[in-house]
Ligand binder design. Structure first.
Ligand SMILES: Nc1ncnc2c1ncn2[C@@H]1O[C@H](COP(=O)(O)OP(=O)(O)O)[C@@H](O)[C@H]1O
Ligand SMILES: [Mg+2]
Length: 286
């Protein structure tokens, strides 16, 4: 069975969201199937974060439907068929299956790594301390941080903090994980360790939606890449077609800008390497 033949964990139908009269999400349809990894790319301001936030009702969408594991998120029909917002306890219940990782890790500074991971287990799931600690330790091990359980966030690198944030989301045993530019706030040398953890999750079959500018990661890990512009999905497909044969002009322009920026860097680096060699040769010539 291919991934797309399984049940949809998350389904969006005609989702819309405006801030005042600014339409930010303009009718989005998207199904995410079990074990699928979807990477969302697109220019800044195209609505990627807002879309992700609608997927767990951090933003209340104004139109369309977000369905998680078969349940409409955030709203019900009243007796007259009118849509009414669910009470917060009902919303929380529905979105408990959705884990989210943000660009800024948002760890509690006064709690250790383990306490950060177990806080919601204790408070939301009412899990006894021993069981929460055991599960928390297991999740920290999964992100390679068993030895940091007792550390406070200020003593951890950005990459380690983000891995704690991933462990915290995983501890709730979500059926889908959403990542909003999880490596954008990191020093470049710390990006790899976070992507490595995400690669591991994908390999284990975790269902994931990842907003990212890491095109290499998207090309390697995504089953499907979705390109957004101005609140719409402009093009989507497997990485090979989206990156290899983009058809929409806006996507081609977006990828071209990205290539130029990276090509500029590559030229600079090879220039530096040339100079290094020349200097080396001069030393040898002397
Ligand atoms: N809370 C908000 N209030 C008003 N406008 C917002 C709010 N959040 C986002 N926007 C606007 O919505 C648009 C899309 O933002 P966002 O979803 O953050 O895009 P992206 O993540 O693709 O950069 C932007 O024009 C942004 O200014
Ligand atoms: Mg964003």
């Amino acid at each position: 069975m291919t991934k797309t033949q399984g049940a949809a964990v998350l389904g969006l139908r005609g989702v819309r969201k405006s801030f005042g009269d600014h339409i930010v999400i303009d009718g989005i349809d998207l199904d995410v199937h079990r074990s699928e990894v979807i990477c969302i790319i697109g220019p800044s301001g195209s609505g990627k974060s807002t879309l992700l936030r609608c997927m767990n009702f951090l933003e209340e969408y104004d139109g369309g439907e977000v369905v998680i594991n078969g349940r409409l998120l955030g709203y019900s029909q009243d007796a007259g068929g009118k849509r009414v917002r669910d009470r917060d306890v009902v919303v929380d219940e529905t979105r408990r299956g959705v884990g989210m990782v943000f660009q800024h890790f948002n760890l509690w500074p006064h709690m250790t790594a383990l306490e950060n991971v177990t806080a919601a287990l204790r408070l939301v799931k009412q899990m006894p301390k021993a069981a929460a600690d055991a599960l928390g330790a297991e999740m920290l091990a999964k992100v390679g941080l068993s030895d940091k359980a007792g550390q406070y966030p200020a003593r951890l690198s950005g990459g380690q903090q983000q891995r704690v944030a991933i462990a915290r989301a995983l501890a709730m045993q979500p059926s889908i994980m959403l990542f909003d530019e999880p490596t954008s706030a990191l020093d470049p040398e710390l990006v790899g360790e976070v992507l490595q953890v995400m690669r591991g999750l994908a390999a284990e079959g975790m269902t994931m939606v990842v907003v990212t500018h890491e095109m290499g990661f998207a090309a390697e890990v995504a089953d499907r890449v979705v390109f957004m512009d101005a609140g719409r999905i402009v093009e989507q497909g497997p990485p090979s077609s989206l990156f290899g044969a983009p058809s929409h002009p806006r996507l081609r322009q977006f990828l071209e800008t990205w290539r130029q920026r990276n090509a500029g860097f590559a030229t600079l680096m090879s220039g530096a390497a040339d100079q290094h060699l020349r200097e080396g040769n001069q030393i040898h010539a002397r």
